[in-house]
Each structure stands twice: as structure tokens, then as C-alpha cells.
Design a binder for this molecule. Structure first.
Ligand SMILES: [Zn+2]
Length: 379
């Protein structure tokens, strides 16, 4: 699965860089607002950090203007981010499809997902809502102390991360939706062309004496013939090892996008049940399952049962080891207890450790690569 890991890394890099690009001018405006508030506080506050009433009005005017100035354009860059994510997925999956015997060059991609076609507006909406929250908070604060100015600055600094989270969600959705569409298109493909082979290259001069023809027995270097019928492709849900208890329950689930069947919206290991699908009202056709989901669809052939089974076992292992980085200890304990009672296909040693961990109420800290969260950012 090294190729998958590489693809994951590229996707994460793209996601982070898109989020940074979309919010560049927003973060600059928020930083200027913070600097302005701190400077005004330093200029007007007395020893106790109190600001005289006549200065509070002046600060209020400057603050209102600065908050309004946060309303920068994020739509155009968000649209570009979605396009970049789609292009990345096409590049990655073209290679994956070729390995499965499908020539993805002739595929025509049609992304009709309304969440993606309206990505720009959605970032603009998220930004407007975040600015509205900051403005309401500022209006509720008298701006009479340096501490209050700092609180307003902190609120304004929280605007950009909300837009970033939306962009990361959108890029992840674009990647998975692209993968899904490629598999849909692949089903309409004719068999891939057989590459022309140069079994009988002409000698310079254009004449090959018959006695120089290679023997008629199977030539040793003949390339493998592609299958006459393209393989039936399906999508498998891949969660990270420390994904939430809901995404872990989906890991290894298979969906055939050509049959119009999505993924199980009720699947979860969480004792609190599965959260509503995000965005609300949309069918669960692909990750992200929730705004901070980092799951990914992978293309496999329909007869491949090994990969889904391995993913399911890995997810069960994550539950028994309490690896979910998103759920409370209590939820993870309950999930592990229930899974243990239900039974898994995992080795006895994994069950024994889980039983010990459950008895003492705390999971053994993972060592090695599992100890480090792959994505330390908030999710
Ligand atoms: Zn997920």
C-alpha cells in the first residue's frame, strides 16, 4: 500500500497548501487587526490596563472598519483549490487504473456534485458567518480594558481557521468525488487498446530476409495482453488508523458507484451512534464522512476481497487499541468492549491486550509509527 501512502501525502500537502492560499489575505487582514488593537491598547491604557471612555469610541470605530475588512474574496481561490484537487486525483487514479488494466486517458470526467460546483460560494458563506460571529462578539464587549481588546483580537483570529477547515473539507471531497466519477466512467469504457508491438522491426533498407524472422513459438518478450473486458471496478473506503469510531466502522466497506449504492450511513463503532451525514441531506457516496474526515476512496477490482478484509481487520485493531484520536476515552472503551464481545478476526494476543486495557480502564500507549499522529492539525 506504499503507493496509497504516497498519494495520501500528496493529497494532504495539497489540502494544506490550498487552505493556506485561500486564506492568505484573510490572515493578513486579521493580523493587521490584532496589531492595531494591541497598539491602541498600548497607547491609551493606563497602568491598570483601563482605557478611558473617550478613547473607547475611537477604538470601536477602528475595530468596526477592520472587522469589515476581513470580508476578502475567498471564492475564486476556493474554486481553484477544488480544480487542483480534482486534477491531483485524476493524476493519481490514472496510474491506479492503468495498473488495473483500464486506460484512463479516454475517460471524461463529469463532476456534478453541488457541494463542489458551489465550493466558492460555500467558502464565502463560511467567511461571512465567521465575521458575523466576530462582529457580534465585539459588539458585546465594552473595549474598556486591554484584556477585552485581546479577547476581540483572539475572536478575529479564529475567522481564518474556519475558512481553512472548509477548504480542506472541499479538497478532500473533490479528490474522493473524482475517484468515484472515474470508476463510473471506467464502466463505460471499451476494452483498452492493445499496444502495437514491434515484433518484426524492419532492417535498414526496408527488407527483411525471411530466414531472419523470429521463430513462430511464443516470443519471450511479448507484453501481457490486456483483458478483453475491463475489470469491474469498485470503491473501497479507507480510514486512517486513528480515524474516528464512525470512519473506522466504514473502513473496508465496498461500494459500486455504477449501481447507485452509497455507503452505510449508520455504520459506527461509537456508542453515541453515527453522526448525521455531512453536508446534511446528502447521500453518503464518498468521504468525507464529516467536516474533519480524512478518509479516502481507493479503486479495486470487484473480485478483490483481500484489501477490504485487511482494512476491516485494521479498523477493528484500531478500535481494540483505542487508537481513535477523536473520541473520548469512555467512548473508545465502550467501543472496544462491544467489539470484543462481538468477536473479531484478529489474533488472540490483540484480544488479550484489549481485555487487560479494559480491566484497568486505559489503553496501552502505542509505540513506533502509531505513536505519532499522522496529522497533528485539528481535524
Ligand atoms: Zn473519515
Amino acid at each position: 500500500m506504499t503507493q496509497w501512502d504516497l498519494a495520501d501525502r500528496q493529497a494532504l500537502q495539497l489540502e494544506l497548501s490550498c487552505a493556506a492560499t485561500v486564506t492568505r489575505s484573510l490572515r493578513r487582514a486579521a493580523a493587521a487587526l490584532t496589531a492595531m488593537l494591541l497598539a491602541l491598547g498600548a497607547r491609551y491604557a493606563d497602568e491598570q490596563g483601563q482605557i478611558p471612555p473617550q478613547r473607547q469610541a475611537e477604538i470601536r470605530g477602528a475595530l468596526d472598519a477592520a472587522l469589515a475588512g476581513l470580508a476578502v474574496d475567498v471564492a475564486a481561490e476556493t474554486t481553484r483549490a477544488v480544480a487542483a484537487a480534482t486534477a491531483l486525483a485524476v493524476r493519481q487514479e490514472t496510474r491506479a487504473l492503468r495498473a488495473l488494466g483500464v486506460d484512463a486517458k479516454s475517460l471524461r470526467l463529469r463532476i456534478a456534485d453541488p457541494v463542489l460546483t458551489q465550493a466558492g460560494q460555500s467558502s464565502a458563506r463560511v467567511l461571512a458567518a465567521a465575521i458575523g460571529d466576530a462582529q457580534r462578539f465585539a459588539a458585546s464587549v465594552p473595549l474598556a480594558t486591554v484584556a477585552q481588546l485581546e479577547a476581540v483580537a483572539a475572536k478575529a483570529a479564529g475567522v481564518a481557521p474556519r475558512v481553512e477547515a472548509n477548504v480542506r473539507f472541499l479538497t478532500n471531497r473533490a479528490i474522493n468525488e473524482t475517484t468515484r466519477q472515474l470508476v463510473r466512467e471506467a464502466a463505460t469504457l471499451a476494452p483498452p487498446p492493445i499496444p502495437p508491438t514491434e515484433r518484426f522491426p524492419l532492417e535498414p533498407g526496408g527488407f527483411n530476409p525471411p530466414q531472419q524472422l523470429p521463430p513462430a513459438s511464443p516470443p519471450p518478450l511479448e507484453p501481457a495482453r490486456p483483458p478483453l473486458v475491463p475489470p469491474t471496478l469498485v470503491l473501497v473506503w479507507v480510514a486512517e488508523r486513528d480515524a474516528c469510531l464512525t470512519c473506522l466502522a466504514l473502513s473496508g466497506h465496498v461500494s459500486d458507484p455504477n449501481r447507485g449504492i452509497g455507503f452505510d450511513e449508520d455504520a459506527t463503532f461509537s456508542p453515541h451512534g453515527a453522526p448525521p451525514v455531512w453536508p446534511p441531506g446528502m447521500p453518503l457516496l464518498a468521504p468525507p464522512r464529516h467536516p474533519r474526515c480524512r478518509c479516502r476512496l481507493r479503486i479495486i477490482t470487484a473480485d478483490n476481497t483481500l484489501v477490504p478484509e485487511t482494512l476491516r481487520l485494521n479498523a477493528q485493531r484500531s478500535v481494540l487499541r483505542g487508537l481513535s484520536g477523536h473520541d473520548s476515552n469512555r467512548s473508545r472503551m465502550t467501543a472496544a468492549r462491544r467489539l470484543l464481545a462481538h468477536g473479531t478476526g484478529l489474533p488472540g494476543a490483540v484480544h488479550e491486550r484489549a481485555t487487560r486495557d479494559l480491566a484497568r480502564g486505559r489503553f496501552t500507549k502505542p509505540r513506533g509509527p502509531l505513536a505519532k499522529r499522522r496529522y497533528p492539525q485539528s481535524r
